[in-house]
Design a protein around this ligand. Structure first.
Ligand SMILES: [Zn+2]
Length: 493
């Protein structure tokens, strides 16, 4: 009897190990029509470009949720797969004027309300405060200045930087310096080498931010077109009169979607591999008359399909480690869904040992896969094996100058220390073939190579399976810029 039992056990184990053979894995068995239908739905016109907070975006979240339910995943957030992500939508003021001496400046043409409340001020005294900068090491533009109850006029930037991006970044802190000293408004002369009309397009359209992210400046903060800077002469200008309308702010709701498949190994199941992909996209481009919907078939219905495929494959044959699947909202507006997630994790980050995110701009070679950060962790071997298993070759980032590693959701996990490459379709060059579709209304499902999509999904799931079954979790390659954060999170283990 015992012998028979032993034989059974041996047989069973053998089957199990044979089961790991490629053609026995669900990755090989799930039919290609399933990946095609996921993509065709997520990238459909009916979802209207899945812009964060809009109806099509919510429908995409719902679709992922119901797929997770169907596959038997456990909701990561207790009783719901959906993690509420609160946003604020701001539409800047569009009415207003400034009277500076003999000049009258018109809102939009000559200035914008960058931040803060509306202004309603008559002949309020003006103080010029150079850059309005304080560096905490002795440099102080407010030394010897009394700005209480006055409007502070400053120029963009700091004594150390005039680079547009850095100068703009310093702007918030400068408004706070002025407010803390009792100023009633800040007028900043916008001297950066950015065409005013480009700036307008960017800052006057409706924008979304995380509700928790930034508290607005407590005083009106205006940027004046440098072309009108002459009206703000330090010698002549003694006071300003200005009025602006109120900006419009509304609450917008969207969701991340998160589900868990528990691992089979009693010890390793406490560790999680995170498989993620953003489902939001950029919505509708009304200036394009023939086709106004940015379907985002490549960016990122492709990645969502791979994540759903992996969820199905692992629900049919589990891995030793547990798997956390996350669909993110808000990627296209600044990686905000993943940012919110890592600040409000549903599984402790310490237990999340690896993240393989799926996102891409598109593909220009269907014999390839690209993994951004392929050589930055020691999961390279598994990624190479999985690509090869499905007849593909895997390459690292082919456009390092684009800094793609830090431009997708994986970076929010990486910055917390978790090794987190980004698994993308094959990209030889960030050039013509990619730009034909990247963030264009032409990124339609009809243009997708579906057999290639399927292979991408298979290789993704298989790589994740190999990694989830490893004896030890992957690490950063020594000296990586995120290694320090890794040491802090995992205590150097
Ligand atoms: Zn994307």
């Amino acid at each position: 009897m015992m012998k028979k039992l032993l034989l059974l056990v041996i047989l069973f184990c053998t089957t199990q190990s044979f089961g790991q053979k490629l053609n026995k894995l669900p990755e090989s068995k799930i039919p290609a029509i399933e990946t095609e239908t996921h993509l065709r739905f997520i990238a459909s016109d009916e979802l209207m470009g899945r812009k964060t907070g809009e109806q099509g975006n919510l429908v995409a979240a719902r679709y992922i949720t119901e797929q997770f339910r169907l596959l038997g995943l456990k909701p990561a957030g207790g009783d719901s797969y959906m993690q509420l992500v609160p946003f604020k939508s701001t539409k800047p003021a569009t009415e207003g004027s400034i009277v500076a001496g003999d000049s009258t400046l018109k809102i939009l043409d000559d200035f914008i309300v960058f931040d803060g409340k509306s202004a309603d001020m008559h002949n309020v005294p003006v103080v010029f405060a150079n850059y309005g900068w304080i560096d905490g090491k002795g440099y102080d533009d407010y030394k010897d200045l009394d700005v209480k109850g006055k409007i502070v006029v400053i120029q963009l930037g700091t004594p150390d930087t005039k680079k547009p991006f850095e100068a703009i970044q310093a702007s918030d802190a400068k408004a706070k310096f002025a407010a803390d000293r009792g100023a009633v408004a800040v007028v900043e002369i916008f001297t950066a080498q950015i065409p005013w009309k480009n700036l307008l397009r960017f800052f006057t359209s409706e924008s979304l931010r995380l509700a928790s992210d930034k508290t607005e400046s407590s005083i009106p903060h205006l940027w004046v077109n440098a072309a009108r800077g002459g009206a703000f002469s330090k010698d002549k200008l003694k006071s300003l009169t200005m009025h602006t309308s109120e900006k419009k702010e509304t609450n917008v709701v969207s969701y991340n979607v998160a589900g868990v498949l528990e691992g089979t190994d009693p010890v390793l199941k406490k560790e999680y591999i995170v498989l993620s992909a953003h489902f939001d996209h950029i919505g509708i481009n009304r200036t394009n008359k023939t086709d106004s919907i940015s379907n985002g078939a490549r960016d990122n219905a492709f990645g969502v399909t791979a994540m759903l495929f992996a969820a199905k494959a692992f629900s049919q044959m589990c891995t030793k480690r547990s798997i956390l699947f996350i669909g993110y909202t808000g990627e296209e507006i600044g990686l905000l869904g993943s940012k919110y997630y890592v600040e409000h994790p549903l599984v402790p980050l310490k237990q999340c040992v690896f993240n393989l995110n799926c996102d891409g701009a598109g593909y220009d070679d269907t014999s390839l896969l690209t993994t951004i950060g392929l050589s930055r962790t020691d999961a390279k071997a598994e990624l190479e094996t999985s690509a090869k298993a499905f007849g593909l070759k895997i390459i690292d980032d082919s456009a390092p100058e684009q800094n793609l590693f830090d431009r997708s959701d994986n970076v929010n996990f990486a910055a917390k220390g978790i090794p987190a490459p980004n698994f993308a379709p094959g990209m030889k060059t960030f050039g013509g073939e990619i730009m034909k579709y990247y963030h264009q209304t032409s990124d339609n499902p009809e243009t997708i190579d579906f057999p290639y999509l399927h292979k991408y999904c298979q290789a993704y799931a298989y790589a994740a399976r190999l990694i989830a079954n490893r004896a030890t979790p992957p690490k950063w390659i020594a000296g990586d810029k995120y290694e320090k954060a890794w040491n802090e999170l995992f205590g150097g283990k």
